[in-house]
Design a protein around this ligand. Structure first.
Ligand code: ATP
Length: 416
């Protein structure tokens, strides 16, 4: 087994050589301090699945803050310490040439929950204990990196077996009660890898654990949805959470996800507008709700004001489309101008209204040649007339009333 793991750990397709180098320097440093050093969680899971690893979660038996300080001494970079949690974040110096910029260094620990749904209290401990505080067996494995132990698998909860059987399984019956965000996480792994939630875990998603969702902060729940919307098959995840009856414990008006919108989550706008999978996800999910429901859900999930504005904007726009259809381009532009571009794109996706695409592609870029300076040079007194004239000139271009600089000048002469 150790040999197999060493082969995987040295595979540049799974772990780029720069990252391998970083890991071996960290392990050597930990060894020199007499600490055992492990990669854990998603790293081990994805490595055993033969998939390229994304995360680097480093755990040491000893003191991660001390390890962090010695790494800074030897290689430079900056350390942010969290003494309460015995963790440190190392801003990795550029010499390592890794694409990620920071690395979490964690001290092996146990966790206790003062009450269901609360954040845990943390005490330094052994790697075994650290694995036992985790969410699922497939995430509760570690690979040791220091010295001759390089490539040793620690799997006290038979995660490898579950990985082979394609099973997501919690570590103990109170797991979802201690932390119901694990319900979201279970669904994410289940759908991401096409695994199944083991029946013994599935039955633990019941009113006793679901009710604790009410005690979770908006940020924590929204974070789970944010992670979901980053996934390739987020639609199935949201649908599955709906099937598990999760939504009503978050907010009574949270709807099922409209399956007809699922393809739009994967859309590449192909336009020069800032795209965000998460924002698009929330817009597609919530846009058919009433304004009051959207604002209430936004409060419960602690949406940023930008996100609230985007979802609200998409919803308002969709509802006003029947009144805008067949309007002139300048009317469309005045209706759309204040809305986030992504909200307009979302409304376009669900409605297919061509004017929205025309706005995003062309109309929003149309400007008159005349500027405020030109108006000043022509002796116009400062005041609201500036805006009115420029808007009027823009509308004339948009609606085909003027088609050349000469025609614009003629119109301007008439207006002044
Ligand atoms: P992903 O590919 O989704 O990022 P990951 O395993 O890297 O997977 P993280 O959210 O980065 O996921 O968490 C790192 C590790 O921390 C997990 O593998 C798991 O062992 C542990 N963990 C994360 N969240 C929880 C939780 N709510 N309860 C218990 N353990 C958790």
């Amino acid at each position: 087994m150790q040999k197999d793991l060493i082969r995987l750990l040295r595979d540049p397709i799974l772990i780029p050589s720069e990252k391998q180098n970083l890991l071996s320097e960290i392990a050597a440093q930990a060894e020199s301090l007499g600490m055992s050093c492990y990669v854990v969680g998603g790293f081990v899971r994805d490595l055993l699945l033969g998939q390229p690893i994304n995360d680097l979660d480093i755990v040491v038996e000893g003191d991660a803050v001390k390890l962090g300080k010695s790494l800074v001494e030897k290689f430079g970079g900056k350390l942010t310490t969290h003494y309460k949690f015995h963790t440190a974040i190392w801003a990795i110096p550029s010499m390592f040439n890794v694409e990620r910029s920071t690395l979490d260094l964690i001290t092996a620990r146990t966790e206790t929950y003062s009450r269901p749904g609360a954040l845990p209290t943390v005490t330094p401990s052994t790697i075994e204990d650290d694995l036992r505080r985790r969410d699922f067996t497939i995430n509760a494995m570690a690979i040791r990196l220091d010295g001759d132990h390089f490539g040793e698998l620690l799997d006290p909860l038979n995660g490898q077996d579950d990985l082979e059987k394609k099973i997501v399984r919690v570590l103990h019956p109170r797991s979802f009660i201690d932390d119901p965000t694990r319900i979201f996480r279970a669904v994410r792994y289940e759908q991401r890898y096409s695994f199944i939630l083991h029946p013994s875990s599935f039955i633990l998603i019941n009113p006793e654990s679901l009710t604790i969702i009410q005690a979770l902060s908006g940020e924590r729940i929204r974070h789970e949805f944010d992670l979901i919307f980053e996934e390739g098959n987020s639609h199935q995840m949201i649908v599955r959470l709906g099937e598990l009856d999760v939504f009503k414990w978050i907010h009574p008006e949270l709807p099922m996800f409209n399956s007809g919108h699922s393809d739009f989550l994967e859309m590449d706008t192909g336009l020069d507008i800032p795209a965000s999978r998460t924002t698009m996800g929330y817009m597609l999910w919530l846009m058919d709700l009433s304004e009051a429901a959207i604002l209430s859900i936004a409060r419960r999930l602690s949406f940023s004001s930008d996100l609230t504005h985007s979802v609200w904007g998409a919803s308002q726009l969709k509802k006003s489309l029947p009144f805008l259809v067949n309007s002139s381009p300048s009317i469309w532009v005045s209706a759309l101008e204040k809305l986030p571009l992504l909200s307009i794109y979302a409304a376009y996706l669900v409605s297919g209204e061509k004017a929205l695409l025309d706005y995003l592609s062309f109309w929003r870029h149309v400007k008159p040649r005349t500027t405020g300076d030109d108006l000043k040079a022509r002796g116009l007194e400062s005041g609201p007339r500036y805006g009115e004239i420029l808007t009027r000139l823009r509308a004339a271009w948009l609606d085909g009333e003027v088609n050349s600089e000469k025609e614009e000048k003629e119109l301007l002469n008439r207006l002044l």
